[in-house]
Design a protein around this ligand. Structure first.
Ligand SMILES: N[C@@H](CCC(=O)N[C@@H](CS)C(=O)NCC(=O)O)C(=O)O
Length: 291
Protein backbone atom coordinates (compact mmCIF):
# COMPACT_ATOMS: atom_id res chain seq x y z
CA UNK A 1 0.00 0.00 0.00
CA UNK A 2 1.45 3.39 -0.95
CA UNK A 3 1.79 6.16 1.62
CA UNK A 4 -1.11 8.64 1.39
CA UNK A 5 1.32 11.53 0.84
CA UNK A 6 2.78 9.83 -2.28
CA UNK A 7 -0.51 9.62 -4.17
CA UNK A 8 -0.94 11.87 -7.20
CA UNK A 9 -4.54 11.79 -8.50
CA UNK A 10 -4.79 10.87 -12.20
CA UNK A 11 -6.60 13.25 -14.60
CA UNK A 12 -9.73 11.09 -14.56
CA UNK A 13 -10.70 8.81 -11.69
CA UNK A 14 -11.60 5.26 -12.69
CA UNK A 15 -12.94 2.36 -10.66
CA UNK A 16 -10.20 -0.17 -11.14
CA UNK A 17 -9.46 -1.43 -7.65
CA UNK A 18 -11.30 -2.01 -4.36
CA UNK A 19 -11.22 1.01 -2.08
CA UNK A 20 -9.89 -1.05 0.84
CA UNK A 21 -11.13 -0.84 4.41
CA UNK A 22 -14.08 -2.45 6.07
CA UNK A 23 -16.76 -1.59 3.50
CA UNK A 24 -14.72 -2.20 0.35
CA UNK A 25 -16.94 -5.07 -0.79
CA UNK A 26 -20.12 -2.95 -0.96
CA UNK A 27 -18.70 0.37 -2.17
CA UNK A 28 -19.47 1.16 -5.81
CA UNK A 29 -19.43 4.40 -7.81
CA UNK A 30 -22.79 3.66 -9.48
CA UNK A 31 -26.38 3.66 -8.24
CA UNK A 32 -29.21 1.22 -8.82
CA UNK A 33 -29.97 -2.42 -8.02
CA UNK A 34 -27.44 -5.23 -8.38
CA UNK A 35 -30.01 -8.03 -8.15
CA UNK A 36 -33.75 -8.77 -8.17
CA UNK A 37 -35.27 -9.16 -4.74
CA UNK A 38 -38.71 -8.22 -3.53
CA UNK A 39 -39.10 -6.82 -0.05
CA UNK A 40 -41.19 -8.76 2.47
CA UNK A 41 -44.44 -7.14 3.66
CA UNK A 42 -45.95 -7.81 7.08
CA UNK A 43 -49.40 -7.12 8.47
CA UNK A 44 -48.83 -3.72 10.08
CA UNK A 45 -49.45 -0.28 8.54
CA UNK A 46 -45.76 0.64 8.65
CA UNK A 47 -43.04 -1.47 7.06
CA UNK A 48 -39.49 -0.60 8.07
CA UNK A 49 -36.45 -1.92 6.21
CA UNK A 50 -33.43 -1.22 8.34
CA UNK A 51 -30.48 -2.22 10.49
CA UNK A 52 -29.63 -1.25 14.07
CA UNK A 53 -27.06 1.41 13.20
CA UNK A 54 -27.39 4.98 14.54
CA UNK A 55 -29.42 5.97 11.46
CA UNK A 56 -31.68 2.94 11.80
CA UNK A 57 -32.15 3.34 15.55
CA UNK A 58 -33.53 6.86 15.15
CA UNK A 59 -36.61 5.41 13.47
CA UNK A 60 -37.16 2.47 15.81
CA UNK A 61 -36.92 4.77 18.85
CA UNK A 62 -39.49 7.08 17.22
CA UNK A 63 -41.85 4.19 16.48
CA UNK A 64 -41.55 2.83 20.02
CA UNK A 65 -42.20 6.34 21.39
CA UNK A 66 -45.34 6.67 19.24
CA UNK A 67 -46.61 3.26 20.31
CA UNK A 68 -45.97 4.14 23.97
CA UNK A 69 -48.14 7.23 23.48
CA UNK A 70 -50.94 4.94 22.28
CA UNK A 71 -50.75 5.55 18.51
CA UNK A 72 -51.76 2.10 17.28
CA UNK A 73 -51.31 3.32 13.70
CA UNK A 74 -47.58 3.28 14.41
CA UNK A 75 -47.51 -0.53 14.66
CA UNK A 76 -44.70 -1.73 12.49
CA UNK A 77 -42.83 -4.64 11.03
CA UNK A 78 -39.07 -4.09 11.14
CA UNK A 79 -37.25 -6.17 8.55
CA UNK A 80 -33.52 -6.68 8.63
CA UNK A 81 -31.45 -5.37 5.73
CA UNK A 82 -27.91 -6.73 5.89
CA UNK A 83 -25.90 -3.92 4.31
CA UNK A 84 -22.63 -5.86 4.59
CA UNK A 85 -24.17 -8.46 2.28
CA UNK A 86 -25.50 -5.86 -0.17
CA UNK A 87 -29.18 -6.09 0.86
CA UNK A 88 -29.54 -2.36 0.13
CA UNK A 89 -28.92 -3.08 -3.57
CA UNK A 90 -31.86 -5.46 -4.02
CA UNK A 91 -34.46 -4.20 -6.55
CA UNK A 92 -37.23 -3.97 -3.94
CA UNK A 93 -35.10 -1.92 -1.56
CA UNK A 94 -33.89 0.40 -4.31
CA UNK A 95 -37.52 1.02 -5.29
CA UNK A 96 -38.12 2.31 -1.74
CA UNK A 97 -34.80 4.15 -1.44
CA UNK A 98 -32.98 4.96 -4.70
CA UNK A 99 -30.02 5.98 -2.53
CA UNK A 100 -29.56 2.36 -1.29
CA UNK A 101 -29.16 3.15 2.39
CA UNK A 102 -31.08 2.11 5.46
CA UNK A 103 -33.45 3.14 6.98
CA UNK A 104 -36.37 3.08 4.52
CA UNK A 105 -40.06 3.08 5.41
CA UNK A 106 -43.24 2.24 3.53
CA UNK A 107 -46.51 3.54 4.95
CA UNK A 108 -49.22 1.12 3.79
CA UNK A 109 -52.03 2.62 5.86
CA UNK A 110 -53.63 4.42 2.91
CA UNK A 111 -54.88 3.37 -0.53
CA UNK A 112 -51.47 3.93 -2.10
CA UNK A 113 -48.28 2.97 -0.30
CA UNK A 114 -46.04 5.93 0.51
CA UNK A 115 -42.27 5.42 0.51
CA UNK A 116 -40.06 7.53 2.79
CA UNK A 117 -36.27 7.47 2.89
CA UNK A 118 -33.57 9.45 4.76
CA UNK A 119 -33.88 9.10 8.53
CA UNK A 120 -34.58 12.81 9.09
CA UNK A 121 -37.35 12.74 6.53
CA UNK A 122 -38.81 9.61 8.15
CA UNK A 123 -38.81 11.25 11.60
CA UNK A 124 -40.51 14.35 10.22
CA UNK A 125 -43.06 12.26 8.29
CA UNK A 126 -43.99 10.28 11.40
CA UNK A 127 -44.05 13.37 13.63
CA UNK A 128 -46.47 15.08 11.25
CA UNK A 129 -48.57 11.96 10.67
CA UNK A 130 -49.14 11.40 14.39
CA UNK A 131 -48.83 14.97 15.64
CA UNK A 132 -46.14 14.09 18.15
CA UNK A 133 -42.56 15.03 19.12
CA UNK A 134 -42.65 18.14 16.91
CA UNK A 135 -43.79 21.37 18.56
CA UNK A 136 -46.58 23.30 16.81
CA UNK A 137 -45.66 26.79 18.02
CA UNK A 138 -43.60 28.45 15.27
CA UNK A 139 -40.49 29.28 17.30
CA UNK A 140 -40.26 25.91 19.03
CA UNK A 141 -40.93 24.09 15.76
CA UNK A 142 -38.19 26.04 13.96
CA UNK A 143 -35.74 25.27 16.78
CA UNK A 144 -36.58 21.56 16.66
CA UNK A 145 -36.22 21.39 12.88
CA UNK A 146 -32.97 23.38 12.93
CA UNK A 147 -31.44 20.78 15.25
CA UNK A 148 -32.91 17.91 13.25
CA UNK A 149 -31.25 19.24 10.11
CA UNK A 150 -28.09 20.04 12.08
CA UNK A 151 -27.86 16.35 12.82
CA UNK A 152 -28.37 15.34 9.20
CA UNK A 153 -25.60 17.70 8.08
CA UNK A 154 -23.21 16.99 10.96
CA UNK A 155 -23.26 13.21 11.40
CA UNK A 156 -21.49 12.47 8.09
CA UNK A 157 -18.42 14.23 9.55
CA UNK A 158 -18.66 11.92 12.55
CA UNK A 159 -19.41 8.67 10.69
CA UNK A 160 -18.04 9.12 7.18
CA UNK A 161 -15.20 11.38 8.31
CA UNK A 162 -13.93 10.64 11.81
CA UNK A 163 -15.25 7.10 12.21
CA UNK A 164 -14.08 6.05 8.78
CA UNK A 165 -10.52 7.31 9.13
CA UNK A 166 -10.10 6.48 12.83
CA UNK A 167 -11.61 2.99 12.81
CA UNK A 168 -12.13 1.61 9.30
CA UNK A 169 -9.57 2.98 6.81
CA UNK A 170 -6.80 0.50 5.97
CA UNK A 171 -4.10 3.03 6.98
CA UNK A 172 -4.10 5.62 9.77
CA UNK A 173 -3.77 8.99 8.07
CA UNK A 174 -2.90 11.64 10.66
CA UNK A 175 -4.14 14.54 8.55
CA UNK A 176 -7.60 12.98 8.10
CA UNK A 177 -7.94 11.84 11.72
CA UNK A 178 -6.86 15.27 13.01
CA UNK A 179 -9.23 17.11 10.73
CA UNK A 180 -12.28 15.05 11.64
CA UNK A 181 -11.43 14.68 15.37
CA UNK A 182 -11.29 18.47 15.53
CA UNK A 183 -14.68 18.79 13.82
CA UNK A 184 -16.35 16.10 15.95
CA UNK A 185 -15.06 17.68 19.17
CA UNK A 186 -16.41 21.01 17.95
CA UNK A 187 -19.79 19.39 17.30
CA UNK A 188 -19.79 17.82 20.78
CA UNK A 189 -19.06 21.26 22.21
CA UNK A 190 -21.96 22.76 20.22
CA UNK A 191 -24.26 20.19 21.82
CA UNK A 192 -22.69 20.58 25.26
CA UNK A 193 -23.25 24.33 25.25
CA UNK A 194 -26.81 23.90 24.04
CA UNK A 195 -27.57 21.28 26.69
CA UNK A 196 -26.01 23.42 29.44
CA UNK A 197 -28.92 25.84 28.90
CA UNK A 198 -31.69 23.44 27.92
CA UNK A 199 -32.95 20.15 29.25
CA UNK A 200 -33.53 18.79 25.74
CA UNK A 201 -32.00 19.71 22.40
CA UNK A 202 -35.03 21.67 21.20
CA UNK A 203 -35.69 23.36 24.55
CA UNK A 204 -37.80 22.05 27.40
CA UNK A 205 -39.54 19.18 25.59
CA UNK A 206 -38.39 15.91 24.08
CA UNK A 207 -38.64 16.05 20.27
CA UNK A 208 -37.46 14.40 17.08
CA UNK A 209 -34.29 16.50 17.43
CA UNK A 210 -33.34 14.44 20.49
CA UNK A 211 -34.35 11.23 18.74
CA UNK A 212 -32.14 12.07 15.73
CA UNK A 213 -29.10 13.26 17.66
CA UNK A 214 -29.04 10.68 20.46
CA UNK A 215 -28.00 7.55 18.51
CA UNK A 216 -24.98 9.36 17.01
CA UNK A 217 -23.76 11.81 19.64
CA UNK A 218 -25.28 10.15 22.71
CA UNK A 219 -23.74 6.91 21.48
CA UNK A 220 -20.38 8.62 21.01
CA UNK A 221 -20.59 10.09 24.53
CA UNK A 222 -21.41 6.67 25.97
CA UNK A 223 -18.43 5.07 24.23
CA UNK A 224 -20.35 2.94 21.71
CA UNK A 225 -18.83 4.43 18.58
CA UNK A 226 -15.49 3.52 17.01
CA UNK A 227 -13.79 2.74 20.37
CA UNK A 228 -13.03 6.45 20.46
CA UNK A 229 -14.33 7.55 23.89
CA UNK A 230 -10.87 8.06 25.39
CA UNK A 231 -9.37 9.50 22.20
CA UNK A 232 -12.08 12.20 22.07
CA UNK A 233 -12.26 12.70 25.87
CA UNK A 234 -16.04 12.30 25.72
CA UNK A 235 -16.37 12.47 29.52
CA UNK A 236 -15.53 16.18 29.32
CA UNK A 237 -18.88 16.91 27.67
CA UNK A 238 -20.82 16.87 30.94
CA UNK A 239 -24.11 18.18 29.62
CA UNK A 240 -24.12 15.74 26.69
CA UNK A 241 -23.48 12.99 29.26
CA UNK A 242 -26.38 14.18 31.43
CA UNK A 243 -28.73 14.27 28.44
CA UNK A 244 -27.61 10.88 27.09
CA UNK A 245 -28.08 9.26 30.51
CA UNK A 246 -31.56 10.79 30.76
CA UNK A 247 -32.60 9.43 27.35
CA UNK A 248 -31.14 6.02 28.14
CA UNK A 249 -33.58 5.75 31.04
CA UNK A 250 -36.52 5.76 28.62
CA UNK A 251 -37.91 2.23 28.04
CA UNK A 252 -38.76 3.32 24.48
CA UNK A 253 -35.12 4.18 23.80
CA UNK A 254 -34.06 0.84 25.28
CA UNK A 255 -36.50 -1.01 23.01
CA UNK A 256 -35.69 1.06 19.93
CA UNK A 257 -31.99 0.27 20.34
CA UNK A 258 -32.71 -3.46 20.26
CA UNK A 259 -34.58 -3.58 16.96
CA UNK A 260 -32.64 -4.81 13.92
CA UNK A 261 -29.52 -5.01 16.09
CA UNK A 262 -27.05 -7.69 15.03
CA UNK A 263 -24.17 -7.19 17.46
CA UNK A 264 -23.62 -7.04 21.22
CA UNK A 265 -25.29 -9.11 23.92
CA UNK A 266 -27.67 -11.71 22.43
CA UNK A 267 -30.37 -10.48 24.85
CA UNK A 268 -30.07 -6.99 23.29
CA UNK A 269 -30.55 -8.19 19.71
CA UNK A 270 -34.02 -8.35 18.21
CA UNK A 271 -33.21 -9.01 14.56
CA UNK A 272 -36.77 -8.44 13.35
CA UNK A 273 -39.69 -6.91 15.18
CA UNK A 274 -43.24 -7.80 14.20
CA UNK A 275 -45.10 -7.29 17.47
CA UNK A 276 -44.50 -5.88 20.95
CA UNK A 277 -44.14 -9.35 22.49
CA UNK A 278 -41.08 -9.98 20.33
CA UNK A 279 -38.99 -7.97 22.81
CA UNK A 280 -39.55 -10.66 25.43
CA UNK A 281 -39.70 -13.77 23.26
CA UNK A 282 -37.59 -13.25 20.12
CA UNK A 283 -34.27 -11.77 21.22
CA UNK A 284 -31.24 -13.82 20.15
CA UNK A 285 -30.68 -15.37 23.60
CA UNK A 286 -34.29 -16.69 23.57
CA UNK A 287 -34.07 -17.94 19.98
CA UNK A 288 -30.83 -19.73 20.77
CA UNK A 289 -32.53 -21.57 23.64
CA UNK A 290 -35.68 -22.52 21.74
CA UNK A 291 -33.82 -23.18 18.49
N1 LIG B 1 -28.46 10.27 5.41
C1 LIG B 1 -28.89 8.89 5.50
C2 LIG B 1 -27.71 8.02 5.79
C3 LIG B 1 -28.10 6.57 5.81
C4 LIG B 1 -26.87 5.68 5.87
O1 LIG B 1 -25.72 6.14 5.71
N2 LIG B 1 -27.10 4.37 6.07
C5 LIG B 1 -26.01 3.44 6.11
C6 LIG B 1 -26.04 2.61 7.38
S1 LIG B 1 -25.98 3.66 8.81
C7 LIG B 1 -26.14 2.46 4.94
O2 LIG B 1 -27.22 1.98 4.66
N3 LIG B 1 -25.02 2.13 4.28
C8 LIG B 1 -25.01 1.18 3.23
C9 LIG B 1 -24.24 1.69 2.04
O3 LIG B 1 -23.69 2.80 2.10
O4 LIG B 1 -24.17 0.95 1.05
C10 LIG B 1 -29.97 8.79 6.57
O5 LIG B 1 -29.88 9.51 7.57
O6 LIG B 1 -30.91 7.99 6.41
Amino acid sequence: MSDASEYTPPKVWTWNKPSGGQFASINRPIAGPTHDKDLPVGRHPLQLYSLGTPNGVKVTIMLEELLALGHIGAEYDAWLIKIGDGGQFGSGFVAVNPNSKIPALVDRSGLTPIRVFESGSILLYLAEKFGAFLPTEAGARAECLSWLFWQMGSAPYLGGGFGHFYAYAPTKIEYAIDRFAMEVKRQLDVLDQRLAENEYIGGNTYTIADIAIFPWYGGLAKGWQYGAAEFLSVQDYKHVQRWADMLLERPTVKRGRMVNRVSGEPSSQLHERHEAADFTTKTQDKLAVTG
